[in-house]
Design a protein around this ligand. Sequence first.
Ligand code: HEM
Length: 149
Amino acid sequence: MGIEKSVLIILHILGASIWIGGMLIMALGVLPKAKKANNASLIKDYEGSFHILGMIALTMQFLTGFRLAMIYAGGMKGLFDFSNHAAVLFIWKLVLILLTMGLFVVFKKKTLSTLENNNVSSASSMIWILTLISIALMVLGLGFSRGIV
Ligand code: HEM
């Protein structure tokens, strides 16, 4: 394997670990604790420390993933040739990451700004949607070279 592809994959897996790990900690660790304690600031504080890192991870996923998909699809043109499985996986991943970026901004600007101690549960659906999409992005990634999807 060439040096470019090796570096891209290492960065891509690092970004995936940060994003998926960060979301799972929020969904399975912070959210239940905040609900139990009726304490919205637990979620706000956690998101505050994760926001920049999460955004960097998403940007890294977008850039490294785009380049890796180009390598798999044999260039830019191949990315939109849907007879090619890599192109289909690429489009799904592109749609899901753009959705993630949009939802993450809405989560920060809308969901969290209206979150109070008496409505902590209203953050649940957004947190779980973002977490499940992150896992879907991982599963789709397993389709390129491992043929799992
Ligand atoms: C948060 C977003 C993302 C996550 C969590 C994620 C996760 C992963 C994971 C875990 C793999 C490893 C598969 C393996 O080891 O076989 C992978 C591979 C891959 N991903 Fe992503 N990915 C994300 C975004 C993207 C985006 C936006 C694209 C392109 C538009 C993309 C394109 C690829 C490609 C081409 C591979 C194949 C790499 C290889 O096996 O050589 N990914 N992804």
